[in-house]
Design a protein around this ligand. Structure first.
Ligand code: KIV
Ligand code: ZN
Length: 514
């Protein structure tokens, strides 16, 4: 199995990616990302961790009912309850996978699980046996695998393959691996385990030392893995996971070295990156490989001169191959509902009802009155905004007026609805954004701490909408709110209210690593 040239791409943006502090997503947001991942043609979508919360269970179930081409997967700890929950959520999926895991390193077994190695061995075995009752596609991960004892790993992995695990995912949970060593460990496991050829071997690397992509590729080249677990933009706990876009473009661009096939539609990489960043509020750094705004920008005169003479002097990939297109004006104020709906389809945005299309179209008309050129990015932002307001959120922005003058303290008046009741509030601040936050707080009294405030231009030029992210923290919970508008102060008010909604929704999740 491991000798095939096909590299399976397992996307875990909706599960491990969502474990980034503040990146939690609503069901509708997860569905939008899952649809886009299917357009990107990933092989497996890990849609969540069904037993972690009722919200995650519902999101997985909805995704399982929608996605047809990719395998839909749920994570579960190695116990019957988690596995049954995963199976139940995945039931509507035409192709489903249960991914079960248990920690195998001495540190995790002793300090976290408080279990003996024999108990872990038995539990892993039973979990895979139980999961096989629901599907013949079962993945097993030895958590903290890269810090586990090799003899013990061999014993556990041989047993779970015997029980029917079809994928073995060698997890570098804390990003401790070094490419040569990680790749060699995987190779040794495959060589020493007698039934290793009965499973596909997978890599799952975290980026704590900035080596997740290098470790994953070493796992493939040295270790013989044929599945890579990764996330869009490298989103994930702490320093994140292996970045999908980097793996794909490395394997494609250096096919001479890797000799592997991936089924990904690379032109969907940038649209997917933008969607994930817009929904989670995690901006992509400009110099990020492949999807950063500067990834294909040439500033120095010598480089520009070279590019004009022959692009491959300084470019190893073509921007259009990964989905970068010059901002295209797609619609304007005279565009009708049909043209708008068609553009939504082309962007892979599916709204649930005609009423939602009408509401989004009304917002589009409003925007087109204020902005002469509407780009794809504008449409994506307004659909996100629309989905936030139609989800019957507790707090909803209505209007705002704000005054700033040199030498004067900025003042803001904000109107919003709170549980269906419209309230109006005023506040002063050190700046206009401080004033609106102070105004809103007079009513909500959340007492949340603002950890991050960032503004991004959605497109180019001074006519661009501003997209604001606000990250709030309260009682140990961290949430991100995102808002977009031509007026960045209005965008800030929307972002603040969106973050308060997330704090209000109290959808507590279990962390799978707990
Ligand atoms: O990092 C990790 O160990 C995981 C497992 C659950 C696969 O995410
Ligand atoms: Zn992980």
């Amino acid at each position: 199995m491991a000798d095939s040239n096909k590299l399976i791409i397992f996307d875990t943006t909706l599960r491990d990616g969502e474990q980034s502090p503040g990146a939690s997503m609503t069901k509708e947001e997860k569905i939008r990302i899952a649809r886009q991942l299917e357009r990107l043609k990933v092989d497996v979508i890990e849609a969540g961790f069904a037993a972690s919360s009722p919200g995650d269970f519902e999101a997985i179930k909805a995704i399982a009912g929608i996605i047809k081409d990719s395998v839909v997967c749920s994570l579960s700890r190695a116990n019957d309850r988690d596995i049954s929950r995963a199976a139940e959520a995945l039931a509507p999926a035409p192709r489903k996978r249960i991914h079960t895991f248990i920690a195998t390193s001495p540190l995790h077994m002793e300090k976290k699980l408080r279990m003996s190695p024999d108990q872990v061995y038995e539990q892993a075995r039973q979990a895979v046996r139980f999961a096989r009752q629901f599907t013949d596609d079962v993945e097993f991960s030895p958590e903290d695998g890269s810090r586990s004892d090799m003899d013990f790993l061999c014993r556990v992995l041989e047993a779970v393959i015997d029980e029917g695990a079809t994928t073995i995912n060698f997890a570098d949970t804390v990003g401790y691996g070094v490419p040569e060593l990680y790749g060699q460990m995987l190779r040794t496991l495959r060589e020493r385990i007698p039934n290793s050829d009965k499973a596909v071997w997978s890599v799952h690397c975290h980026n704590d030392l900035g080596m997740a992509v290098a470790n994953s590729l070493a796992g493939v080249m040295i270790g013989g893995a044929r599945q890579v677990e990764c996330t869009i933009n490298g989103l994930g706990e702490r320093a994140g996971n292996t970045a999908l876009e980097e793996i794909i473009m490395a394997v494609r661009t250096r096919k001479d070295h890797f000799g592997l096939e991936v089924g990904i539609d690379t032109t969907q990489i940038v649209p997917t990156s933008k969607l994930v960043s817009q929904i989670t509020g995690f901006a992509v750094q400009p110099n990020k490989a492949v999807v950063g705004a500067n990834a294909f920008a040439h500033a120095s005169g010598i480089h520009q001169d070279g590019i004009l003479k022959a692009r491959d002097t300084y470019e190893i990939m073509r921007a259009e191959d990964v989905g970068w297109s010059a901002n295209k004006i797609v619609l304007g104020k005279l565009s009708g509902r049909n043209a708008f709906k068609q553009r939504l389809d082309e962007l892979g945005i599916t709204l649930d009802s005609e009423a939602e299309v009408n509401a989004a179209f009304a917002r589009f008309k409003e925007l087109a009155d204020r902005k002469s050129e509407i780009f794809d990015e504008d449409i994506m932002a307004l659909v996100s905004d629309e989905q936030q307001s139609h989800e019957k959120e507790h707090y909803q922005f209505v209007s705002l007026s704000q005054r700033s003058e040199t030498g004067e303290k900025p003042h803001a008046r904000v109107v919003f609805s709170m549980g269906g009741r419209e309230v109006s509030c005023e506040g002063d601040g050190n700046g206009p954004v401080d004033a609106i936050v102070n105004a809103i707080e007079t009513q909500t009294q959340s007492g949340a701490e603002l950890l991050l405030f960032s503004v991004n231009a959605i497109t180019t030029g001074t006519q661009s909408q501003g997209e604001v992210t606000m990250r709030l923290s309260k009682s140990g919970r961290i949430v991100n709110g995102v808002g977009a508008d031509l007026d960045i102060v209005v965008a800030s008010a929307k972002a603040y209210l969106s973050a308060l909604n997330k704090l209000h929704s109290k959808t507590e999740k279990l962390n799978p690593q707990m």
